[in-house]
Design a protein around this ligand. Structure first.
Ligand code: SF4
Length: 385
């Protein structure tokens, strides 16, 4: 197994990270608006052929410091299908010795045989969609696993791939503060080195959206959601899991290096439906519809739906928005030297008003969100656009 830690990307302006989108799930959970298809496994062969074709555009031997397979559910693929995907990937990409190779997984897809296969192929980080340790919450979220199954699967996983992250969701209708506290305690009790916590949001177009519009449920009040978030910060911090990004907590050395590439504005490749890339200052996004993406690739056409070349000021403003997500904040001197603008020059009034509101704080060297600012991050960053 490849060692995994927090080694820095060696030349951050040269792309050495790749995201691969695997858009298949057994079932579309009622709250999910990600790019995926459910119960359409007959498309997997076409998808693998299209990925092979897309990856053929990469220079052979391109070295990666981080590789992230997300979805959807990449582990919904069988071992044989994963073998074909990995073969297409490793035809072009070469993993650096200390590469972080992550895969997103659903608990019930992780047989010991599949975990062993992933481990042998160099996967050294697994992000597991656990969401809750409470049966009623899991049922509400339309997840296919139950709490008692999580413990055995995580133990099997950690025995082989210790760098395991769990996703947990709070602010779910019917969830009490003590439910949330006990889910966090269960995760900590498993010795997990990384946790991602997300407040449930209801996106237009999902089945939860229609149900909410019909009055079938209401989200918990903002103050309960806020209490859950604040409890996460206090409790996980006291258990050695540092809050290093708005939604992410890690023991030292287990921060997700791939996501750090996004938050620090470094380039990356992106392949698959809906995948984004950032190369040579150009952001591109592939078609989100799986069938549209497949049709374009099969016809030998570009699967890119949108692209934008950022001018220097837009690049700097975007860097503020991503950089504020990190708890360490933005190094003011480094920012000015990298982007050619000082942050006050770009957004003096946004800084002043958010500091006055207690949502931002500035030291001699850094600008960062306060704890209250983390809760309202979306409204703070809008001021910097
Ligand atoms: S398993 Fe994850 S990606 Fe798949 S539908 Fe559910 S929430 Fe979305």
């Amino acid at each position: 197994m490849t060692a995994c830690g927090s080694a820095a990307v060696t030349n951050p302006e040269t792309p050495s990270s790749a995201y691969i989108h695997v858009p298949f799930c057994q079932h579309r959970c009622g709250y999910c608006d990600f790019t995926l298809v459910a119960r359409k496994d007959h498309l997997i062969d076409d998808y693998l052929a299209a990925m092979k074709q897309q990856l053929a555009t990469v220079e052979p031997g391109t070295e990666l410091q981080t590789l992230f397979l997300g979805g959807g559910t990449p582990t919904h693929l069988s071992i044989e299908q994963l073998r074909r995907l990995f073969s297409a990937l490793f035809d072009r990409f070469r993993l650096a010795d200390d590469c972080e190779f992550s895969i997103e997984a659903n608990p019930l897809n992780l047989s010991i045989e599949k975990i062993d296969f992933l481990n042998q192929r160099g996967v050294n980080r697994v992000s597991l969609g656990v969401q809750s340790f409470h049966s009623e919450i899991l049922t509400f979220l339309e997840r296919d696993h139950q709490p008692e199954q999580i413990f055995e699967i995580v133990q099997n996983l950690q025995a082989r791939i210790p760098n395991t992250s769990l996703d947990l969701i709070f602010a779910v209708p019917g969830q009490s503060l003590s439910d949330w506290e006990s889910s966090l305690a269960d995760a900590v009790g498993l010795g997990i080195p990384h946790l991602s916590t997300y407040g449930l949001t209801i996106e237009k177009g999902t089945s939860f959206w229609s149900r909410q519009q019909s009055g079938l449920f209401d989200l918990p009040a903002d103050d309960l959601a806020g209490s859950m978030y604040e409890f996460s910060l206090d409790y996980l911090g006291s258990r050695g899991l540092q809050h290093y990004e708005i939604s992410n907590f890690a023991r030292p050395g287990f921060e997700c290096r791939h996501n750090e590439v996004y938050w620090t504005g470094y380039p990356y490749y992106g392949f698959g439906p809906g995948a984004a890339s950032y190369l040579n200052g150009v952001r591109r996004q592939n078609h989100r519809s799986v069938t549209t993406w497949l049709k374009h690739v099969a016809a030998g056409e570009s699967p890119i739906a949108e692209q934008e070349e950022l001018d220097p000021e837009s690049r700097a403003r975007e860097a503020i928005i991503f950089g504020l997500r990190r708890r360490v904040g933005i190094d003011l001197a480094e920012f000015a030297s990298r982007y050619g603008f000082s942050i006050p020059e770009l957004a003096e009034s946004a800084i002043e008003s958010n500091i006055a509101a207690g949502l931002l704080e500035q030291t001699e060297t850094h600008l960062r969100l306060t704890q209250s600012g983390c809760l309202l991050a979306d409204s703070v960053v809008v001021d910097f656009l």
